[in-house]
Write a protein that binds this ligand. Structure first.
Ligand code: XMP
Ligand code: MG
Length: 179
C-alpha cells in the first residue's frame, strides 16, 4: 500500500465475494426477463465490469454520465446530464449500477429522471453506501457494504481522478487532501 493510503476498508476478496452474492440475487430476480444494466460513469465502471461478469444470464449495458452542480465536493442534488443513455428504456427492466451512495441526492434525481421514461421496472444496486450521510431516503434493492462517513477511493472511486484503478476500497491519508 502506498504512503498516500491510510487503510484498506474493503478488500478485493470481500468485493469479489459480495459481487458474486449480488449477481446470484440479480440472476434470480430477473430470470426470464431482459435486463439492462445502467452504469453511472465514471465511478461505477469497476462494479459494472465485475458484477456483469459474475452474472449467468445475458444482459445489456448502457452508461450515463452526470455531474452535480455546485462548488466543492458536496452533492447539490441539481444534476446535469453529461452523457445520456444510448438506448430507449421504455418497457425495459432497468438496474442502475452505482459505486457509492453518499447523500443520495444524485441517485434520487437519476431515479426520477429514468423513472419518467417508462421502464418496466427500475431498481438500484450499489457496492457502497454511507448511511450516516444520507439526505434522502432511497429504496436500494442491493447494497454491498455500508461504510462509515469517510472519503474513500479505489475500485472506481477517485480523489482528483486518481486511485480509480486500485483493486480495493481504501481511505486516504489526511496529508493527501490537506488534512
Ligand atoms: P451523492 O452525495 O449525490 O453523491 O450520493 C454520489 C457521488 O459522489 C461521489 N462520492 C464519492 N467519491 N469517494 C469518492 O471517490 C467518496 O467517498 C465519495 N462519496 C461520494 C461519487 O461520484 C458518487 O457517485
Ligand atoms: Mg459515482
Amino acid at each position: 500500500m502506498g504512503t498516500e493510503l491510510e487503510s484498506v476498508l474493503v478488500s478485493k476478496e470481500q468485493i469479489d465475494a459480495k459481487l458474486a452474492e449480488m449477481a446470484a440475487a440479480v440472476d434470480a430476480e430477473y430470470a426470464g426477463k431482459d435486463l439492462l444494466l445502467v452504469g453511472v460513469l465514471k465511478g461505477a465502471v469497476m462494479v459494472m465490469a465485475d458484477l456483469a461478469r459474475a452474472l449467468s444470464n445475458p444482459v445489456t449495458m448502457d452508461w450515463m454520465a452526470v455531474s452535480s452542480y455546485g462548488a466543492g465536493t458536496q452533492s447539490s442534488g441539481v444534476v446535469r446530464i453529461l452523457k445520456d443513455l444510448d438506448t430507449d428504456i421504455q418497457d425495459k427492466h432497468v438496474l442502475i449500477v452505482e459505486d457509492i451512495i453518499d447523500s443520495g441526492l444524485t441517485l434520487s434525481w437519476l431515479l426520477s429522471n429514468l423513472g419518467s421514461r417508462g421502464p418496466a421496472s427500475l431498481n438500484v444496486c450499489t457496492l457502497l453506501r454511507k448511511p450516516d450521510a444520507a439526505k434522502v431516503d432511497i429504496d436500494v434493492k442491493w447494497v454491498g457494504f455500508d461504510i462509515p462517513n469517510e472519503f474513500v477511493v479505489g475500485y472506481g472511486l477517485d480523489y482528483a481522478e486518481k486511485y480509480r484503478n486500485l483493486p480495493f476500497v481504501g481511505t486516504l491519508a489526511p496529508h493527501v487532501y490537506g488534512g
